[in-house]
Design a protein around this ligand. Structure first.
Ligand SMILES: Cc1ncc(COP(=O)(O)O)c(C=O)c1O
Length: 249
């Protein structure tokens, strides 16, 4: 079961693994359609939940997640790729529930995307099964592991930077609230999703001309011109917002 919209790789990987995705749309406020998900669960071996969700930026309600965990006959994969930018985490769920695996990555807060290092938190039994039955031998290079371990020593510094980013995100959101033609959604990630009154493809290409790369998300949950923008560094907030003012009608 895959939410819509969410990180596109869940579909790609499901299909590659011979599975058939069942999509459930998020609600207009990007919360889970709990009844829709619970209805789809009996037919599914895996439910993907991305929280904070890419591209919407919100975290899902903990009670909704717990209902899904409690009622689905299969596994729940909780992707916390962006959780270092959020207020809370459900990283301890696998201690209590055997059917939850939490995914984390070094690609976002730790900035090591090209190194291809991530990890999962699972119950002892599930971790054993993943290691012995699914994981290929030598999955990560020793250079990548050594670099990731080194970065973990800087965890405190990285988390401080994440907390500065969330302050910048709050300022960014309040500046965006003043831009006519843009409605930006609250976010717990290092990006913000906004719906524009101008075709999203045009917003993206006109921002590109001004040196800013945004992601065209297009249509979802009843919105028509969704664009995802990374939270800019504090010194660029004003110029990014000024550029946006120029490109929306
Ligand atoms: C929700 C989510 N999970 C995982 C990833 C990818 O992480 P990795 O670089 O570890 O494959 C991304 C990257 O965009 C993402 O948005």
């Amino acid at each position: 079961v895959i939410m819509n919209p969410t990180f596109s790789m869940y579909s790609v990987c499901t299909v590659r693994a011979g599975g058939v995705p069942i999509y459930v749309d998020l609600q207009p406020d990007f919360s889970l359609d709990l009844e829709g998900v619970l209805e789809a669960c009996p037919d599914a071996s895996l439910v993907f939940l991305c929280s904070p969700n890419n591209p919407t930026g919100n975290q899902f309600d903990t009670d909704d997640i717990l209902r899904i965990v409690g009622e689905t006959p299969g596994m729940v994969l909780l992707d916390e790729a962006y959780v270092e930018f959020a207020d809370s985490s459900l990283v301890s769920l696998p201690l209590k529930y055997d059917n939850v695996v939490v995914l984390r990555t070094m690609s976002k807060a730790f900035g090591l995307a090209s190194l291809r290092v991530g990890y999962c938190i699972a119950s002892e039994d599930v971790a054993f099964q993943l290691r012995e039955r699914l994981q290929l031998p030598y999955p990560v290079s020793s250079v990548a592991v050594a670099t990731a371990q080194r970065m973990l020593k800087w965890r405190k510094v990285v988390l401080e930077a994440c907390s500065r980013l969330s302050q910048t995100r709050a300022r960014f959101l309040s500046l965006l609230a003043e831009v006519q033609g843009v409605s930006a959604f609250d976010s717990q990630a290092n990006f913000v999703l906004m719906d524009c009154n101008t075709p999203s493809a045009s917003v993206v290409s006109r921002m590109r001309e001004r040196g800013y790369l945004l992601r065209d998300i297009g249509t979802a949950c009843g919105y028509r011109n969704l664009v995802r923008v990374t939270v800019p560094p504090p010194e660029s907030l004003d110029s990014v917002v000024a550029a946006l003012r120029e490109v929306v009608d």
